[in-house]
Design a protein around this ligand. Structure first.
Ligand code: SF4
Length: 263
């Protein structure tokens, strides 16, 4: 029986694919430019990161929040049968598997809802795609998978809101917005730009956060425990504290404890 594809990264079973394959541009997330398929200047010969314990202070918060959802070790250990050296085709595989693994992580949440049957059926199909051989991965229509999953997630959210939705803020530009007085319970914040937004002590119970950009959002004291379709890298990108509640299936980011409390 084939093992289920992993949902979280195990860099010890990868070949630093995410430190070589993607490009990045000098910005608030990365201190330098890096072309695609070129090793990062901080990548050590043993495939470890030379600044792993200082990513944020050295100007690489984008690396601190990046999550392959286990796609990297799936490429190395399964698609390439435990290969010991990087080859270019691994990056092609990663570009397909990373979004598939993200969808799988979200479907794991969806199978715990009234849409369990539909989510389980789609999860089975996406898991089968994630275990395809390298030469077949190019035929996977990632966009179609995302669209199908997105429609299912719409149903998950509608069921959770039970006919009482909050404000529809899908795709809204809320960059730096002070949202402390907004009632965001059951809000639809899919794809919303919440970079640097002030969400201190905001109750986000049943708020949909699928794809919301939470980089630098201040969620100290916020109630995120009941938020819908929130992922680990989104939490990592936000700034919370000991009073922020998080969904039971997600870990509290370790860097939050160093932040001053909102209370
Ligand atoms: S800074 Fe570290 S984690 Fe980020 S790409 Fe470079 S080696 Fe990888």
């Amino acid at each position: 029986m084939t093992a289920s594809p992993p949902r979280s990264a195990d860099c010890s079973r990868c070949l630093a694919l995410c430190c070589v394959g993607p490009s990045f541009a000098a910005s608030a997330d990365f201190a330098v430019d890096k072309p695609a398929r070129t090793p990062c200047r901080h990548l050590r010969p043993d495939d470890g990161c030379g600044i792993h314990d200082r990513l944020r202070s050295r100007g690489f918060p984008g690396c601190a929040v990046f999550d392959c959802f286990g796609a990297g070790q799936q490429v190395v250990q399964v698609t390439f049968s435990g290969a010991r050296r990087r080859v270019p085709a691994m990056f092609d595989a990663l570009e397909v598997l990373r979004p598939l693994h993200e969808v799988l992580a979200l479907l794991d949440e969806a199978v715990r809802t009234p849409l369990a049957a539909e989510a389980g059926e789609l999860r089975d199909r996406v898991e089968a795609m994630a275990t395809l051989p390298a030469e077949a991965l190019g035929g996977v229509d990632v966009g179609a998978v995302r669209r199908e999953a997105g429609a299912l997630f719409d149903e998950v959210v509608a069921a959770a809101h039970a006919g009482r939705p909050g404000p529809d803020l899908r795709g809204a530009d809320l960059l730096g917005a002070d949202l402390r007085r907004r009632d965001l319970r059951s809000a639809r914040l899919r794809g919303a730009l919440l970079v640097g937004a002030d969400l201190r002590r905001v109750d986000l119970d049943r708020a949909e956060l699928l794809g919301a950009d939470l980089r630098g959002a201040d969620v100290r004291g916020a109630r995120l425990a009941g938020a819908l379709l929130l992922t680990a890298p989104q939490l990592e990108a936000a700034r919370g504290d000991a009073h922020t509640t998080v969904p039971a299936h997600l870990d509290r980011p370790t860097h939050w404890t160093a932040l001053p409390s909102a209370r």
